[in-house]
Design a protein around this ligand. Sequence first.
Ligand code: ADP
Ligand code: MG
Length: 411
Amino acid sequence: MSQTTDASAAHHETFTIGTAWSAEDGAARARDLFAERIGGTPDGVWAAPGRVNVIGEHTDYNNGFCLPMALPHRTYVAARRRDDNQVVLVSQLGESVVSWEGSVDQIAPGSVDGWQAYTAGVAWALREAGHQIGGFEAALVTCVPLGAGLSSSAAVECSVGLALADLFDLGLSDSEAGRTDLVNAARAAENDVAGAPTGGLDQTASLRTTEGHALLLDCEDWSVRQVPFDLDAAGLELLVIDTRASHSLVDGQYEARRRACEDASRILGVASLREVSDLGAALAALDDEEMARRVRHVVTENDRVIQFVELVDAGRIREVGPLMDASHDSLRDDYEVTCPELDTAVDAARAAGALGARMTGGGFGGCAIALVDRDVRNEVATQVVKAFHDAGFTHPDLYVVSPGPAALRVQ
Ligand code: ADP
Ligand code: MG
């Protein structure tokens, strides 16, 4: 389903606003794939969302604050427990279906890679954490765009993790502590099996958010607070702009930023940049100009998350735009993780009347978000598409999102 809008007769620009599958639709697709490729009926169907980070970027691995929300876009897994140790996985990725079969005992870092690392890897991580996981069969379908920065990786890990928790009666699904264990298993699959050094934000968003809320996450102790985030009541929408520029967190840039933060922490004598309270003194203590800018981003970004939540809590959600703008500018100038497509999306959205706009996710491509009044959304979308065409970029994908539920059993 999508809505097509003839956005601008003058430029002949058209765009579609992509929508997510309903739970019924997603579950039916997963069941169909299961029946077709595995056979019979699954024991249940589970779903876990991708996420968009509203503000607080590159703060998670610095023990700082971030504010993700769950997307209505989710990965659905139809799964069945087996009596032996065999694992059968199939996943519909676009037009093609990929599959893997092996023993649960053989799943380990180095023995599975690619998409299997994100799926089978979760079974390995749960076993590493001491849980009894035997054989199982799973069929996966998703409407989370892959590799777009909306965390299809966490969606797939967390849907599989939750399915395994229920299939093997691990008792992890319904408590905060249990879900935190699932976050850790999903993150271990991504870090240790897939080899992507991500920080835990994505998995926490997928497993611990609440519908209608953004999640204030303190990455020092992984405590969370549900922040009511009712855009609709304020006449606002959150427009997600997938630039479709390529990004990969499994490359040197993300590592390099993490290392710069660790090096700076060592020089400053703090356990993490979270602890820097006097930014001026910290900057004065760093000889390396580039490292100082990295630190400035992290420290000011943590402040922005707190200010953002204070405004939302005070019913002043319409005033958060400048914080989003400042976040993007800091990521562009100080942290240097944007790219021409992200900057173009943000500039065009702001110029067309967005209250605020910023890149979201790791950067180097992926998505931007724009907070817009409902009645200027089409104009913002039109101008973003036009700017992309004028610059010769690929046509962007657009979504309007509101905060959905965390991972859950849907059938
Ligand atoms: P993002 O999380 O931003 O979408 P990543 O590069 O972190 O991008 O993760 C994308 C990878 O996750 C895919 O290349 C694939 O290996 C894996 N993945 C995501 N969704 C699925 C799925 N439904 N089935 C199998 N693998 C998936
Ligand atoms: Mg990811």
